[in-house]
Design a binder for this molecule. Structure first.
Ligand SMILES: [Zn+2]
Length: 87
């Protein structure tokens, strides 16, 4: 239930900030649509609209090819909090 509540708000982040083009180099915005294992989050969880989800999907795949986002994550490298390594 706790995980369900995390994605309760159903609105498209990209529509809200009026983004027409998602750059594959902008990993900060792509990470909202990536799970902790760097899988693309489905639309039913993120609340993205179809138009933006398609853009995000293309951008993430481009970013993977450019090695900005990993394809796979080994079990050891999974982090729930990406900032905990900085301490
Ligand atoms: Zn949208």
């Amino acid at each position: 239930m706790a995980e369900k509540r995390k994605y309760k708000k159903r609105f498209c982040k990209y529509c809200e900030s009026k983004i027409d083009y998602i750059d594959y180099k902008d990993t900060a915005s792509l990470k909202f649509s990536l799970s902790e294992r760097y899988k693309i989050m489905p639309r039913r969880l993120t609340g993205n609209c179809k138009r933006h989800q398609d853009m995000v999907t293309v951008s993430i795949k481009q970013a993977r090819a450019a090695a900005l986002v990993p394809y796979t994550v080994t079990r050891k490298a999974v982090v729930t909090n990406p900032f905990e390594n900085l301490k």
